[in-house]
Design a protein around this ligand. Sequence first.
Ligand code: APR
Length: 182
Amino acid sequence: MHWTARTGKTLKLATGDITRVAVDAIVNAANSALAGGGGVDGAIHRAGGPSIMAELDQIRARIGRCPTGSAVATAAGALPARYVFHAVGPVYRDGQQGEPELLASCYRKCFDLAEEHGARSISFPAISTGVYGYPLPEAAAIAVGEVARQLERAECAVQEAVFVLFDRRSYDAFAQAVAALT
Ligand code: APR
């Protein structure tokens, strides 16, 4: 499924493993400690190799933690990409703790990093919807809404954004959110 912005830039949905999809920048669903973990974070470090964590060690030494709603960039090691953007999504509590804005902010920050690094294609997992417990329909609406907003900006460097969804349930939730755009 895909959607085209008035600027001609596209948003696509795919299913599968984000570590297998070739793009300029792969987004990781990381934690504030930038310490690695399970889920998509584990898959990215496994497939990308130890150079990614080595670079995160240096970033951690410089800035400490990465705040929720923000992201940092590393090279992509053995992944089919130039960069990994490690985005820190919110842990979902009740939706009244600023979670929607923090989740939108993760996606926005990745577009800032794409501009900084000249990345024209970018892939996203469904940030916060696994271990961090964000309800899928709400997370999908926020993710799709923010990415679509970015692609509508004439000055947006990214030409193509792909959500790589790991299972059918996630794909369906994102497909509903994309259908609601048009
Ligand atoms: N490709 C694409 N999506 C994946 C992959 C993969 N290889 N592996 C898992 N996913 C999906 C999950 O099914 C879920 O839909 O990514 C989505 C996000 O889930 P998590 O990886 O659990 O991320 P999140 O909810 O943001 O939690 C972040 O988990 O692994 C730790 O270090 C990470 O502490 C952080 C927390």
